[in-house]
Structure formats: structure tokens, C-alpha cells
Design a protein around this ligand. Structure first.
Ligand code: GMT
Length: 392
């Protein structure tokens, strides 16, 4: 176990002993892992004792935090196993941590395998604990379509004490796919409104060989098929036919080679910068004028919040939770899936009109401040924990 004994040095107020929360999540880069880790950090700052249970230290936990502990899941690998049983090791570790650390809540992020393993762990543990499952998207929109997983996911949802979905759209899809009456709370993704503090935007652009007059369009994803990065490239081709612009493609994943080929086929190699995976997204957003997210499945789109919090307007598809984040005609545009012409028309209208862009940029920040700030959103998780703990 890695962590600090919760000394709570800075504030007596934060020190009133709050509940002990176990968080089970994917530690790697990806929306669900980011949300789980930022939730843990925010809860710890409010005085909760937080125990992460995962294969490796979540990547956002870059320093030691008072009140945060990490429990590593080690997978048993005996010659008798063809495939090491990770899920069983995870369930066993969760049960062990529930009893040893006297946890009150296990908050599982992602149905498979985290919610399922948490429920198994609850049955094994000696201590009563409440299970909260947060559905993030592909656990429902992709995995639940697989017959071999559907029953298990339904069981995990129905056996959880509390269930949340990251958008109204995902909630409705879940109720539909599983034909379930289970109560699901909608708790959106969240972000801190911390502005990037540098003045010299142009020197940052120059470092990337971007001219002062060139508009910067950005796409950030894991380059999975559902992100439809080829649509981003196609839309950009139409945009740069009319104005001077560069496209920053940030991330990596299965579609990467296909996208490189699409860029070559469109003969726009000089206008597209493949950035690979980047930690410092804020710097890239700071020099961006527009963000594109043209996915065919997207339960929320945390990357939209990241962009809007830096004042970057967004264009997104009319899919999943995207219309719950972008306000069409105010801080961005919603377009039909597969309509590159609509993307280009909206983008050009916005990028050619500095006043309109300024209004959209201000609205984007205000919208995040009003609806998606960390402290407001995590209050909903806290209320759910309290409700479950005190419910008989
Ligand atoms: O977008 C991804 O492919 C990563 C994925 C994940 O599982 O981490 O993100 C999902 O969860 C995020 C946090 O709740 C959401 O903001 C993303 O919209 C969601 N991705 C999809 O639904 C495709």
C-alpha cells in the first residue's frame, strides 16, 4: 500500500472524519480513469479517506496526497492457468481492502470487470459495504451488445446499491438495452476551471511551425473506430481549402495508420501535425481555435469540457451525450453524424468572424463554470454515498 496516513494538516474543517471510499478504475489514460482519479483527489481534499484499487497507480496521481492510498492488484500466474485470472485477483483484493481498511463504499468505474468484481467482493467481505457503479459509455454502448457479457452487466447494474451514468443519453440507453427499471442517477463529467497561464501564444505556435495567421483546429482521442477521426480529417480538408489552418491530431490508437493514409490521400500532410499522446493538453488547447469531436458513440466527451474550460469552442456530432455538453449556436455547433460539409460550414462561419468566436469562447468557459465544475458535480456523488450509507 502506498500513501500517507491522513494527517489533514491544512484544515481542521476538512478533518472531520468522513467516510472511507474505495475506487476501482482503469489506471491508464482514458476518460473513465481520469474521472475516477479526479473524483478520488477531490474527495480526499474534502476529508474522505480514498483507497484506489487498480493494477498500477492511476496516471493522474502524480504526487502524494494526504488521505489517498493505492492498493495494487497482483495477478496470480501459476502454470496451471492458461490465462492469468485477473478478475479473480481483483475481486479478492477488493474484499481484502474492504475488511482491512473498513471501507464504507466501493465506487466501481466501468461495468466490466470492475462492477462485477466489486459485487463478488462484497459477497466475500465480512464487512457490509455499499457498491456504487458508474457507467462510462462503451461498457454499455459496445460491450453490452455482446451476448456473452450482457447478462453479467445487467446483473452488475441490478446488484449495485447505486448506479450512475455520465449522461442522460447513457442512462436512457442503459434502461433500453437492459429493459431495466433500476434507478440510475445522471452525474456528468466534471473539470476544474484552471486557465493556462502563459502570455506568448505565438511563440508556442511557432514551436509547432504554425504561422500567426493560421487557425488551429484540434482533435484529441484514442483513435478508436468510434471516434471517426477520418471524418475530422475530411472536414479539415474542406476548411483549409478556404482559410489558412493547421490540424493538431493528439493521441494514438488502432486507427492511426489509416488516418495517416487519409491525410496523405487528401494531400494535406503539410497542414496536419500528428502529436501522438500528450500529457500537456492545456498548452495545445491554449493555441487552439476550435475543437472537433465527430464520434459515432460518445457517452459524454470529457475532452469537450477540457477544451471549453480553456475557452475553445467545439463542434460535435448529434450523438450520445455530446448535445448535453455543447450548446448549439452558443459555444459550438452540433452536426449530423457523417456530415463533413456541415462541420466545415460551421467552422468557417465561426473562424472567419472574430466577434462571434469571442462570444462563443466566453460562453464556453461560463457554461463549464455553471454546470460542470468539480466541486458542484462531486457533491452529487457525495450525496449518493450518504444516502446509501444511511439507508437501511
Ligand atoms: O472515449 C473513450 O474511448 C474512453 C472512454 C473510457 O472508457 O475511458 O471514455 C468514456 O468515458 C468518459 C468519462 O466518463 C466519457 O467522457 C467518454 O465520452 C466515454 N467514451 C465513449 O463513450 C466512447
Amino acid at each position: 500500500m502506498v500513501g500517507w496516513i491522513g494527517a489533514c494538516l491544512n484544515s481542521q474543517l476538512h478533518c472531520t472524519m468522513k467516510n472511507k471510499i474505495g475506487i476501482v478504475c482503469y489506471p491508464t489514460i482514458g476518460g473513465s480513469g481520469v474521472v475516477a482519479t479526479e473524483l478520488g483527489i477531490a474527495l480526499a481534499e474534502k476529508g474522505y479517506e480514498v483507497h484506489f484499487i487498480s493494477t498500477t497507480m492511476p496516471f493522474r496521481l502524480k504526487r502524494l496526497y494526504p488521505n489517498i492510498y493505492f492498493h495494487e492488484v497482483e495477478v496470480a500466474n501459476y502454470p496451471v492457468f492458461k490465462n492469468p485470472p485477473y478478475d479473480l485477483s481483483l475481486a479478492n483484493k477488493i474484499a481484502e481492502v474492504i475488511d482491512r481498511e473498513e471501507l464504507d463504499i466501493i465506487h466501481a468505474h466501468y461495468a466490466v470487470p470492475h462492477a462485477i468484481c466489486s459485487i463478488f467482493a462484497k459477497q466475500m467481505a465480512k464487512r457490509d459495504v455499499k457498491i456504487v457503479t458508474t457507467l462510462h459509455g462503451t461498457d454499455i454502448t459496445v460491450l453490452a451488445i455482446d451476448d456473452s457479457l450482457q447478462n453479467m452487466i445487467r446483473y452488475a447494474i441490478e446488484a449495485s446499491d447505486g448506479v450512475t451514468a455520465v449522461s442522460q443519453s447513457l442512462k436512457e440507453q442503459t434502461m433500453d438495452v437492459f429493459d431495466t427499471e433500476k434507478h440510475i442517477d445522471v452525474v456528468h463529467n466534471f473539470i476544474d476551471l484552471e486557465a493556462r497561464k502563459i502570455d506568448d501564444r505565438q511563440s508556442l505556435k511557432s514551436d509547432l511551425n504554425i504561422g500567426e495567421e493560421e487557425k488551429v483546429i484540434i482533435h484529441i482521442s484514442n483513435f478508436r473506430k468510434v471516434k471517426r477521426v477520418e471524418e475530422v480529417v475530411h472536414s479539415f480538408k474542406l476548411i483549409q481549402d478556404e482559410i489558412k489552418a493547421k490540424l493538431l491530431l493528439v493521441g494514438d490508437g488502432p486507427e492511426y495508420s489509416k488516418i495517416r493514409k487519409a491525410v496523405k490521400d487528401h494531400e494535406i500532410e503539410d497542414q496536419v501535425i500528428f502529436m501522438g499522446r500528450q500529457d500537456n493538453i492545456k498548452d495545445l488547447l491554449y493555441i487552439s481555435d476550435l475543437k472537433l469531436l465527430l464520434s459515432e458513440k460518445e457517452s459524454f466527451g470529457l475532452v469537450l469540457l477540457e477544451a471549453m474550460s480553456q475557452g475553445v469552442p467545439c463542434i460535435g456530432t448529434n450523438i450520445g451525450g455530446i448535445p448535453e455538453v455543447i450548446v448549439h449556436g452558443k459555444n459550438g455547433f452540433i452536426v449530423p453524424l457523417g456530415d463533413a460539409i456541415a462541420v466545415a460550414e460551421h467552422a468557417l462561419g465561426l473562424l472567419k468572424d472574430q466577434d462571434m468566436w469571442q462570444h462563443f469562447s466566453i460562453h464556453a468557459k461560463e457554461h463549464v463554470k455553471k454546470y460542470f465544475q468539480t466541486h458542484c458535480v462531486i457533491k452529487q456523488y457525495e450525496d449518493l454515498y450518504e444516502h446509501l450509507i444511511h439507508k437501511e
